[in-house]
Design a protein around this ligand. Structure first.
Ligand code: URA
Length: 237
C-alpha cells in the first residue's frame, strides 16, 4: 500500500471512530478455501444459488407491494437489501432515505458512507455482508416508520433472515433493534448485550445517522464492533 493510500485509510478509520486496529481475520468457509487455494464446495455453491432464487422471489413481492398506501405512492422504488445470499453478518437498518430511494440500494447516503467505513474498519467489505432495512420504502421526510408500516413490512424482513440465516445480525439504531427483538427497551440499554433471533446472534449499536449528529458516540460503536469482531473470530489488537 502506498503512503498516500495508507494515510487515506487511517483518515477513514479515524472518521469511523476507530481507536485500535483489527489484526487478522478468517471469515467464511469460502474465504478459508480461497486462502488455501481450493474452491468452495459445490454444495455450498448450490445452497447459495437456492437462496439467491428465494430472495429474488421475495424481492419481486416487495417491488409490487402496495400495503402502505402513502409509502407506495411516494416511492421511486423499493429498497430490498444487498449482499451475498449466505452472509455471516447482516446489518439491519431502519428505512431508506432519499439517496436509497433513488438508487434502490440501502445505506448509500451520508449515513451509508459512514456504515461502509465502519464495516471496513472491521476488516470486512460491503460485498461480504448483507445490508437490509426494516422498511423497504422511504417514509416521507425520513420520518420514523409507523407501527402499521413496520407490521406490513415484517413478513418481508423475516423471510429475508429466514433465507439468509446469518450467524450474526447487527441492529443499527432503535427501530431495527426494537423491531427485531420485539421490545421497547432503549438502544442504550440494548447495547453491550447479546440476543438470539431464530438462530442468529444479535448485537445492537447506534445508527450511523445518529453518529453523524453526535460524533463522540463513534467511540461506543467501535466498542460494539470490537465485541462483534471478537465473537466472529476477527482478532483485534
Ligand atoms: N438509514 C437506514 O436506516 N437505512 C438506509 O438504507 C439508509 C439510511
Amino acid at each position: 500500500m502506498s503512503k498516500r493510500a495508507l494515510q487515506q485509510r487511517l483518515m477513514s478509520l479515524d472518521q469511523a471512530g476507530v481507536t485500535s486496529l483489527p489484526r487478522r481475520r478468517v471469515h467464511s468457509n469460502a474465504d478459508a478455501a480461497m486462502a488455501q487455494g481450493t474452491q468452495p464446495t459445490t454444495a455450498a455453491a448450490t445452497a447459495a444459488s437456492d437462496r439467491a432464487s428465494a430472495l429474488a422471489i421475495i424481492r419481486d413481492e416487495v417491488a409490487a407491494c402496495q400495503r402502505c398506501g402513502e409509502l407506495a405512492a411516494g416511492r421511486t422504488q423499493t429498497v430490498f437489501g444487498v449482499g451475498p445470499p449466505a452472509p455471516r453478518l447482516c446489518f439491519f437498518g431502519e428505512a431508506p432515505g432519499a439517496d436509497e430511494d433513488v438508487s434502490g440500494v440501502p445505506f448509500v447516503g451520508a449515513a451509508g458512507q459512514l456504515l461502509t467505513k465502519i464495516i471496513e474498519a472491521c476488516t470486512l467489505s460491503r460485498d461480504e455482508v448483507y445490508i437490509l432495512n426494516v422498511l423497504k420504502c422511504r417514509p416521507p421526510g425520513n420520518r420514523r416508520p409507523e407501527s402499521a408500516e413496520v407490521a406490513n413490512c415484517r413478513p418481508f424482513f423475516e423471510q429475508q433472515f429466514e433465507i439468509l440465516q446469518p450467524e450474526f445480525i447487527c441492529c443499527l439504531g432503535t427501530t431495527a433493534a426494537q423491531t427485531l427483538l420485539d421490545t421497547n427497551e432503549s438502544i442504550g440499554s440494548l447495547r453491550k448485550r447479546w440476543f438470539e433471533y431464530r438462530g442468529s446472534r444479535v448485537i445492537c449499536t447506534y445508527h450511523p445517522s445518529y453518529l453523524l449528529r453526535n460524533p463522540p458516540a463513534k467511540r461506543d460503536v467501535w466498542e460494539d464492533m470490537k465485541r462483534l469482531m471478537e465473537a466472529m473470530g476477527i482478532a483485534v489488537s
